[in-house]
Design a protein around this ligand. Structure first.
Ligand SMILES: [Zn+2]
Length: 457
């Protein structure tokens, strides 16, 4: 029997006989799209019953018996292309439906809804014939809902149900925040952004990366930047437009400041994102006001990543916002943009601050302290050999086989906005938004989440 490795050859008589036989047996459910050699495959499909997995299927006939059926997939984002392979169980079948289930939300792997995939199937039969299917592409969506999409400029929004008005609001707020932050940071976003809007947080819960049951019980997530080009919007309460503005700001800060040598410290990333909101909100304002009154504020150098304690999060965002506002108000936009650019090039925040502002993080902290009426603190000088504070590895990383340990690492840092009057009137316990940025080494993606405190249990 001949072995053919290309996809588009003419079938010979034996193939036709095999196909006819298969048709007679009712094994061919889809029209065949291509054939090669003795291996014939149908139309591949992808489905997601919910955001926790994607099922890839394809009908295949191989009269010589299938040796392997391998799914190869790639995930695209502006920084990296990552991917992986998974084999379907074929057990030497001559006619089967090859199926691979890709888990998308586990302890070690998080592939967010809104991710753009390409994939191929590769079949090898027992005589060594090999066939690769043409590449397919799709955007991974939460299969429990009927999604609509709309593109305006470089933004595409996905929504379902009666949520069209929030989808439009998301498009507008995203465009506006992008323009404002491009101007603030003197950069240009040159890739398209996808916004995925759930109707309410309970419906988007499965799409979120869990931070542990206890934390999840305490917070409601408003939104999250889950990839450099994907934003999730889970909950329209609490100032929907500001949640969008905040998360989209993270997209621009990443472009402006995250480089080969490190990620922005959280105080600067979050401070800029809160600064991008129309209103920082009462929760942050009152937390930073109280922190200043009691001198309970935090040394800037210690704010590389956000507190994981919900009780400290408002102060973290409030102080980050206040520091950024101080920098922009006192020294102006060009220096602020220059700081991002300098940090991106070197990955060392103290060095970048010294170069642009003439002070390190302690010096900036003391300037800010004095600006709010607090006494400066006499810090011992930092060792001059201090390493960049953020990890330098941003290279593409494989997603790994199922069960591969350590492919995702939850990080610190956070996110946030504060309460709107609507939340306050609707909750007996004052609500605050807390947030989380989790660095996803698995996919090389930053993940920022905007969360609301649920009432305490
Ligand atoms: Zn944030």
């Amino acid at each position: 029997m001949t072995h053919r490795t290309t996809w588009a050859r003419q079938p010979h008589a034996l193939d036709l006989a095999a196909v006819l036989l298969a048709l007679l047996l009712g094994l061919v459910l889809h029209p065949t799209t291509a054939q090669a050699g003795t291996i014939t495959a149908g139309d591949p499909t992808t489905t997601s019953a919910d955001p926790k997995s994607i099922v890839f299927k394809i009908r295949v006939q191989a009269p010589a018996g299938l040796q392997t059926a391998t799914l190869d997939y790639k995930l695209f984002n502006p920084d990296t292309v990552v991917g992986g392979s998974q084999q379907a169980e074929v057990n030497g079948s001559t006619a089967t439906e090859a199926t691979v289930t890709l888990e998308t939300n586990t302890a070690t792997r998080y592939i967010p809804v809104g991710s753009r995939f390409t994939y191929t199937w590769t079949f090898v039969d027992k005589e060594g014939a090999k066939v690769v299917t043409p590449q397919r592409e799709f955007v991974f969506l939460d299969g429990r809902y009927q999604w609509h999409e709309k593109t305006v400029g470089t933004f595409t929004v996905y929504w379902y149900g009666d949520n069209a008005s929030n989808a439009d609001l998301a498009l507008q707020a995203a465009a506006s925040s992008t323009a404002d932050n491009e101007k603030l940071l003197s950069v240009k976003l040159n890739y398209p952004i996808r916004l995925v809007v759930w109707r309410r947080e309970s419906e988007g819960e499965l799409a979120q990366q869990s931070r542990g049951a206890a934390f999840d019980r305490q917070v409601i997530t408003g939104g999250a930047r889950v990839a450099p080009d994907v934003v999730h919007l889970y909950d329209p309460i609490g100032g929907f437009a500001d949640v969008v503005r905040h998360e989209v700001a993270h997209i621009v800060t990443k472009v402006a400041g995250d480089g080969a040598f490190g990620r922005l410290p959280s105080w600067l990333d979050e401070g800029t994102a809160v600064y991008a909101q129309r209103e920082p909100g009462l929760g942050y304002r009152s937390a930073i006001d109280a922190g200043i009154r009691s001198d309970g504020v935090t040394r800037l150098r210690g704010m590389t990543s956000a507190a994981n304690q919900a009780s400290k999060v408002d102060l973290f965002y409030g102080q980050s916002w206040s520091t950024v506002k101080f920098m922009v108000d006192k020294y102006g936009q060009p220096k602020f943009a220059d700081l991002f650019k300098t940090f991106k090039a070197g990955g060392d925040m103290d060095a970048a601050l010294k170069q642009v502002y003439g002070v390190d993080q302690d010096g900036l902290y003391n300037q800010w302290r004095e600006s709010v009426g607090l006494k400066p603190i006499d810090f011992p000088p930092e060792a001059s050999t201090s390493a960049p504070q953020a990890q330098g590895t941003r290279a593409p990383l494989g997603i790994g086989a199922p069960g591969t340990p350590g492919s995702a690492a939850p990080g610190g840092a956070g996110d946030g906005a504060s309460t709107s009057s609507a939340e306050k009137s609707s909750m007996t316990v004052p609500a605050i938004i807390v947030g989380v940025v989790t660095l996803l080494l698995a996919a090389g993606m930053g993940f920022g989440a905007l969360r609301l405190m649920k009432r305490k249990a």
